[in-house]
Design a protein around this ligand. Structure first.
Ligand code: ATP
Ligand code: ZN
Ligand code: MG
Length: 415
């Protein structure tokens, strides 16, 4: 099938569409745009983005019968292409290259493993996949995570951080107050329950069944959404501190919690989960207090990672804002150096993965949630956030499964 903008080829029940981006995609945006194409259309099963070409793998909607060619109508193809181009234009048109600031570069440290740890983890029964982006972890990963947790807890201790436990659910109203729906709509996970109605509940109990798409339940059985699964840990602290003066004028807290980000077809392996765990150390107070502590935390972790021998780099980054917000917000974060990521080497794919981030939110939460300092001005906030599954995964990707290659104090605590 050929038309003005793209070409489609068919193979089995997927078609491949190649198209030329309406605006040339600069190299620094290819990854960002590729990850957003996951949300363009349910039929897109894979997307590959380069400066001059986008390749879409599309599952065909009609069931394919043996020997029959699957159909991607030209109307459907145009519709898909139009949506993809909308993303490209919105994100790439007028974008300018962020100045990537590298604070630390230890990517040249020796690594001891070259394979994707997923294969070995499955072979050992260390992980089992419940569904896309949802995994259970076995004893090796649990011990690895406990080791890293002990390091993060001593970082927290060095600030005298107050320990907190936060819920897994977060009220919709709270997220609305901090414009989360506007900035990150694509990755939200909604929670509902059956309406309090005897007939609805009886009917569900009798008829509930899963088909290939999930639970087959009439949409009007569900109550409206009051809560979501929490996408981050530190938000809960800001909500707890909202609408009053900050006790003592400055504050450090720490908590670990389940976080949820629906990352669609980007949910591959332990690298990117729907349900993951984050440890955060959170600073609330005047600007200098937050910025100095963020920097002290980074230096503390530099020593921890050096002792461990982790190969990584710390560089400026931006949050994964959705299409319409991306250009403006990413430029803002970059200009004010609001986010740095700890990107660990993944030798098996010659790439890096963010295992943590050092974040400064300026007075965004202080202003929107009315957290006030003694002089009446809004509090500034920042956090240091570590992805626990990711750091364990990156460790195995670099050090492998043979404890003989593991750092010695690590070997002792993890065996
Ligand atoms: P990425 O750039 O990989 O999408 P992020 O910038 O959205 O991550 P943060 O919001 O900084 O991540 O979250 C802090 C840490 O939480 C990340 O550095 C990472 O280790 C972890 N994390 C974030 N999203 C996921 C996910 N989907 N699966 C597993 N860990 C994650
Ligand atoms: Zn945070
Ligand atoms: Mg990131």
């Amino acid at each position: 099938m050929d038309n003005k903008t793209g070409r489609a080829a068919r193979e089995g029940s997927t078609a491949t569409i190649k198209l030329v981006p309406a605006v040339a995609i600069p190299g620094y945006l290819t990854g960002e745009i590729q990850s957003k194409l996951a949300y363009v259309d349910e039929s897109i099963s894979r997307a590959e983005v380069s400066t001059g070409e986008i390749i879409l793998h599309v599952s065909l909607l009609e069931p394919v019968t043996a020997g029959q060619p699957a159909v991607l109508t030209s109307e459907r193809q145009l519709e898909l292409e139009e949506k993809v181009q909308r993303v490209v234009v919105s994100m790439a048109k007028g974008a300018f290259a962020p100045k990537v600031q590298v604070l630390e570069d230890h990517l040249d440290r020796p690594v001891y493993y070259q394979l994707d740890p997923m294969q070995e983890l499955f072979a050992r029964g260390e992980i089992s996949q419940e569904a896309t982006g949802i995994y259970t972890l076995g004893p090796l990963l649990a011990r690895l995570i406990a080791y890293f947790e002990s390091q993060f807890l001593s970082l927290a201790e060095s600030f005298g951080a107050a320990p907190y436990r936060f819920p897994t659910l977060i009220p919709a109203r709270y997220l609305e107050r901090v414009s989360y729906f506007h900035a990150f709509p694509h990755s939200l996970s909604f929670v509902t329950h059956l309406r309090e109605d005897l007939d609805v509940i009886d009917q569900f109990a009798q008829q509930a069944a899963c088909d290939d798409h999930g639970l087959d339940t009439p949409a009007n059985s569900f109550a409206s959404v009051q809560a979501l699964l929490s996408p981050a840990v530190c938000y809960h602290l800001y909500f707890a501190l909202a609408d009053k003066p900050l006790p003592g004028g400055q504050f450090v807290a720490t908590a670990v919690g389940n976080c949820f980000r629906y990352e669609a077809i980007n949910l591959t392996s332990l690298e990117r989960l729907w349900n993951f765990t984050m440890r955060e150390i959170i600073f609330v107070g005047p600007k200098d207090f937050v910025l100095e502590n963020r920097e002290t935390a980074r230096q503390h972790m530099t020593a921890v990672f050096e002792k461990l021998g982790l190969a990584y780099r710390v560089e400026s980054a931006n949050d994964p804002f959705f299409v319409g917000e991306f250009r403006k917000q990413a430029a803002f974060q970059s200009a004010f150096q609001l986010k740095y990521e700890i990107r660990a080497s993944l030798p098996f794919k010659e790439s890096t993965l963010a295992v943590g981030s050092y974040n400064y939110h300026q007075d965004f939460f202080g202003r929107n949630l009315a957290i006030s300092l003694p002089d009446g001005s809004p509090a500034h906030t920042g956090c240091v956030a570590f992805g626990l599954e990711r750091i364990a995964f990156a460790f195995l990707a670099q050090f492998g499964f043979d404890p003989a290659n593991w750092p010695s104090d690590f070997r002792e605590s993890v065996r």
